[in-house]
Design a protein around this ligand. Structure first.
Ligand SMILES: Cc1cc2nc3c(=O)[nH]c(=O)nc-3n(C[C@H](O)[C@H](O)[C@H](O)COP(=O)(O)O)c2cc1C
Length: 335
């Protein structure tokens, strides 16, 4: 991966001057020994962030106050350079060092993430990459973050988030990544609407503790011919969002046959994805591309999200019930 993309090596981000906005009147612009840590009442979520000039910090604060959750600032051991060009030079050499396996020190450590359902990880984009303090933090906490659901958010002048998402995936190979959020200098102003929309896509909310009142993991699938199945859902943010959707009312999905191995139909909204490589078997319920509900009756190997499985059903029984063509399926919560 090269440091620079379309821009020149000497002034790689000439089109992308970093915002210098500091929230709260600039009192904490220095990030030295005064991390922006906050303890929130909603223990299901944690916001981790690093930020040199305040943009990512504002995103972190917006998420924190929307969720009323804990927030921890990841602070580099050597304070950020005030001088922009010095910061550019330093970032380049730190990114080069990371590629050689040497991570610049950060002063922040977290002992356990056990209590958190989703860990939000925010950082500015530096030379197309995740800013080095957060790379260091993730590197040194990879084991503790294993199996955790990670929601990445970033700010940039205009660069995309994809390179940094790949870096995060490489740093945390055993974590589960949800949909990420990037705000650039032209969309940072929309933060107040973009962040709540993203949080609701992830199924994360202030009243999250109440939402977990839906303790049942069982749903009912009723076909238009009257046949009904029960299914047991797995636990992830996708099924949590699905259950919340069903708590608001039954969901009817027009499904059609695909490749004689599945019925697939639109959910009508987007649920958070927890995609992984899965080989399906009869009865598997799958979320495809975040917005399609799939019932499998034959094997298929693909990257998608497991939602659950129809209880005690064989391929033959499913094929007989679902038929060869279109079918309408109504999903409801099984109290
Ligand atoms: C060292 C450095 C490198 C940067 N590299 C890029 C870049 O490659 N692409 C981009 O769009 N913006 C780049 N920027 C701009 C920042 O990503 C952007 O201003 C971001 O919002 C800063 O976040 P912060 O205020 O939380 O530090 C860079 C800024 C710095 C300081």
């Amino acid at each position: 991966m090269s440091l620079t993309t379309a821009c020149s090596e000497n002034n790689p981000i000439s089109d992308d001057p970093p915002g210098e906005t500091t929230p709260g009147g600039g009192e904490d612009g220095g990030n030295q020994g005064e991390p922006g840590d906050v303890e929130g009442g909603n223990g299901r979520y944690l916001v981790l962030y690093c930020s040199r000039s305040g943009n990512t910090e504002r995103m972190a604060q917006t998420i924190q106050s929307a969720l009323d959750c804990d927030m921890i600032e990841v602070v580099p051991e050597t304070p950020y350079e005030d001088d922009y060009n010095s910061m550019l030079e330093r970032a380049q050499s730190e990114l080069a060092a990371i590629r050689e396996g040497t991570y610049p020190s950060v002063t922040t450590t977290v002992e356990s993430f056990e209590d958190y359902e989703i860990v939000f990880v925010g950082y500015p984009i530096w030379y197309g990459s995740m800013a080095t303090p957060m790379q260091s933090f993730l590197h040194s906490h990879a084991e503790l973050l294993s199996g955790k659901e990670i929601a990445l958010f970033a700010s940039s002048g205009s660069s995309g988030i994809t390179t940094s998402v790949n870096e995060a995936r490489a740093l945390l190979p055993d974590a589960v990544f949800t949909e990420s959020l990037l705000l650039t200098s032209s969309t940072l102003g929309d933060m107040e609407s973009r962040i709540p929309a993203w949080l609701s896509e992830l199924g994360a909310g202030r009243e999250g503790n109440e939402e977990s009142d839906i303790t049942s993991n069982s749903i009912r699938l009723t076909l238009d011919n009257g046949t009904a199945f029960t299914a047991t859902l797995v636990e992830n943010s996708s099924t949590q969002a699905l259950k919340e959707l069903l708590a608001a009312g039954d969901l009817t999905i027009e499904m059609s046959d695909y490749a004689n191995m599945e019925k697939v139909g639109p959910i009508g909204t987007t649920l958070p994805r927890n995609d992984e490589r899965i080989t399906t078997s009869a009865g598997d319920l799958i979320l495809y591309q975040g917005n399609s509900f799939v019932i499998y009756y034959a094997p298929n190997t693909y990257n998608f999200t497991r939602l659950g499985r129809i209880d005690n059903v064989s391929e033959d029984e499913l094929r007989a019930a679902l038929g060869e063509g279109d079918v309408t399926v109504t999903l409801s919560l099984n109290e």
